[in-house]
Ligand binder design. Structure first.
Ligand code: SAM
Length: 285
């Protein structure tokens, strides 16, 4: 605790260390510090953890994130370098009555297979998270990643919550940040869609960085305004608007990206009526 307080004081005095949380050891390793229960609750809620999920906590400490996930009906695996913490977490799961769904292993997070996870959780250092980034991005689209106090390199989060957490034993100001990332599908490229009476053949040129899309749409020989877009796992939404003969129109394309196909629905509105028609797009390779 004394060391933590000293490091916290140093972090105030030396702004250059602001990237590194005050509780990080000098050698860059992550000590055992618990996530307050209130924040565990927020993390699981944000990631919508429930039955059918498989949550992996990287650096599981006393097991609280995995145990709370198991109480919600999920299965969980916690890995930690420290065998005494793995023993403690296993015992805590038994006491909580969820030993059948909560497993703990002594393992390095960088040697942990994440492929079976539908949710990955952690409370680590930004440096660790950045190293995990390439592996996290390769997980199945739709996999949720939830972090307490730590961004993941340049990957912008899909959701963010910041709240005062007075009971927090480390850091400055008793603030906690919870962020959620949803592994995006690959939506980049040139997509074509035949909408028949609704503009004929449409072409969408999609540039993608993480889940952020930059889309150009073209139909009937004209460039169209793409007003908004969102990619959340496999779910894609595009809003294209225009004006014809003084009438404003609004198209909402909503579908799922699966390989080189998007299947979904187009909602057309012109202020007077709203219609829905199937939407299918194919990626040109
Ligand atoms: C800040 S604690 C978080 C504990 C728990 N996840 C929570 O939020 O309450 C980080 C944990 O990561 C573990 N850890 C640090 N480096 C690790 C590594 N390379 N592999 C596995 N565990 C590691 C530490 O032993 C510690 O228990």
């Amino acid at each position: 605790m004394l060391r933590t307080l000293l490091l916290a004081a140093c972090a105030v005095a030396v702004p250059a260390q602001a990237q590194q949380p005050a509780w990080a050891w000098d050698d860059g390793t992550v000590p055992f510090v618990v996530t307050p229960m209130e924040i565990v609750e927020r993390m699981l809620r944000m990631a919508e953890v429930g039955p059918g999920d498989m949550l992996i906590d990287l650096g599981s400490g006393d097991g609280r994130i995995v145990i709370e996930a198991a109480k919600r009906g999920a299965r969980g695996l916690g890995v930690d370098l420290d065998p005494s913490l793995v023993k403690l977490a296993t015992e805590n799961a038994r006491k909580a009555g969820v030993a059948g769904r909560a497993r703990f292993e002594t393992r390095d997070i960088f040697e942990t297979d994440l492929s079976g996870a539908s949710v990955v959780a952690f409370y680590l250092l930004p440096d660790f998270n950045a190293k995990l980034l390439p592996r996290l991005l390769k997980l199945k689209p739709g996999t949720r990643i939830v972090s307490h106090d730590g961004s993941i390199g340049a990957w912008p989060s899909d959701e963010k919550l910041e709240m005062r957490t007075p009971e927090k034993s480390v850091g400055l100001g008793g603030l906690s940040k919870v962020e959620l990332w949803i592994v995006p599908a690959d939506a980049a490229g040139r997509w074509t869609s035949d909408l028949g009476a609704h503009g004929g053949v449409w072409r969408f040129q999609v540039a993608q960085q993480f889940q952020v899309l930059d889309v150009n749409a073209r139909a009937e020989g004209r460039d169209l305004l793409v007003r908004a877009s969102r990619l959340r796992g496999e779910e894609i939404k595009l809003v294209v608007t225009g004006v014809v003969a003084g009438h404003a129109w609004h198209h909402l394309f909503a579908g799922r990206v699966s390989g080189d196909t998007i299947n979904g629905e187009l909602t057309l509105s012109d202020g007077n009526e709203t219609r829905r028609v199937p939407w299918k797009a194919a990626r040109e390779r």
